[in-house]
Write a protein of this length. Structure first.
Ligand code: TYM
Length: 346
């Protein structure tokens, strides 16, 4: 399983809502497509999810759902270590150490923090939300990942991760690999179908905002057919705000077909927006159908998911604990002389 010649990647998705085709095209699809190129670590980041309020029952259920979707999308547990973030205590421990190295100014500058904080009452914004990117840095640095396959919205968090790794290495000596963001060419920023000027998000309300990975084909088709476009006729890739709807549909199409801009524009020459929407719906449904079939098969196989997650946690812990031990030593923590657990009877 561990092939030292391969570079290591790590990424994660929050179990905080229904996964959208944005999560799929910006992240999951590329994890799957590139799983033979890398040594792979993919976690379900439940510690991140509680930076905003979550219902406990629902969080547990979504955590299972997202782990199953990783495999349903095509991740092979023989090739990828799939695990739940909270199963590895080292994430929270390293996050604390990195928190102590994080200037408040760096965290206050994060645009995702500002956006999410702006949606809440000022006095209910948690320190967890501010520290979100530090925990993300801990996820990545614990595994000494070279690459982090994510969508475009994570670029700034990756920069912060690199800054924190460099800062730690500078103060305490070379410890962490400096990771790079791996951002796809097409699909890195899928926009809302109802509002193509804002990012498609699992937390945005609206019946026609997003296609979810578990949407039945008819629901997916209906949402795409109702996508906001413009009053023109031209089917071209464009950065103009007024063409954002058409551009978004073309981008979704491109992320799934891998065709070039020129080939796609040529294939829609002389056609209307209705034809474009039909074509997009077809490729989206063709991608979702096998994924949904595998998802239901997986959940029917009693104990399988739990076994994959247990194996994943064991493999992840081995690597994470090695890094954490080195970090604690460099920071100056006294190595414990006891064996865990201490005072079990207390
Ligand atoms: P989350 O759950 O918000 O998003 C998961 C992944 O989906 C990508 N994504 C999108 N890509 C394209 N278009 C969209 N509309 C879209 N919406 C979401 C995100 O860029 C992300 O890759 N902070 C991370 C979770 C995380 C993480 C990590 C990632 C925690 N620790 C360590 C990598 C490494 C996040 O955004 O989750």
């Amino acid at each position: 399983m561990t092939e030292p010649s391969k570079k290591r990647v790590l990424s994660g998705i929050q179990p905080s809502g229904n996964l959208t085709i944005g999560n799929y095209l910006g992240a999951l699809l590329h994890w799957v497509e590139d799983q033979d190129l890398y040594e792979n670590y993919f976690c379900v980041v439940d510690l991140h999810a509680i930076t905003l309020p979550q219902d406990p029952q629902e969080l547990r259920q979504k955590t299972r759902e997202v782990s199953a979707l990783y495999m349903a999308a095509g991740l092979d547990p023989q090739k990828a270590t799939i695990f739940i973030q909270s199963h590895i205590p080292a994430h929270a421990e390293l996050a604390w150490i990195l928190t102590c190295l994080s200037p408040l100014g760096w965290l206050n500058r994060m645009t995702q923090f500002k956006d999410k904080a702006a949606k809440q009452q000022a006095d209910s914004v948690s320190a967890g939300l501010l520290n979100y990117p530090v925990l993300m840095a801990a996820d990545i640095l614990l595994y000494q990942a070279h690459g982090v396959p994510v969508g475009d919205d994570q670029r700034q968090h990756l920069e912060l991760t690199r800054d924190l790794a460099q800062r730690f290495n500078h103060i305490y000596g070379e410890t962490f690999v400096i990771p790079e963001a791996l951002i796809p060419r097409a699909g890195a920023r899928v926009m809302g179908l109802d509002d193509p000027l804002s990012k498609m998000s699992k937390s945005t309300a609206g019946d026609y905002h997003a296609v979810y990975l578990l949407d039945p084909p008819n629901a997916a088709r209906k949402k795409i057919m109702r996508a906001t476009t413009d009053s023109g006729r031209e089917i071209r890739f464009s950065t103009l705000p007024e063409k954002a709807g058409v551009n978004n549909l073309l981008t979704i199409y491109q992320a799934l077909t891998h065709d070039s801009n020129e080939a796609i524009e040529a294939s829609f020459e002389g056609k209307g927006y209705g034809d474009l929407k039909k074509a997009v719906a077809e490729v989206v449904i063709a991608a979702l159908e096998p994924l949904q079939r595998r998802y239901h098969q997986l959940l029917d196989e009693e104990g399988y998911l739990e076994q994959v997650l247990a194996d994943g946690a064991e493999r992840a812990a081995t690597l994470a604990e090695k890094t954490l031990k080195e970090v604690k030593d460099r920071v100056g923590f006294l190595a414990p002389a006891h064996r865990w657990p201490v005072n079990r009877d207390c």
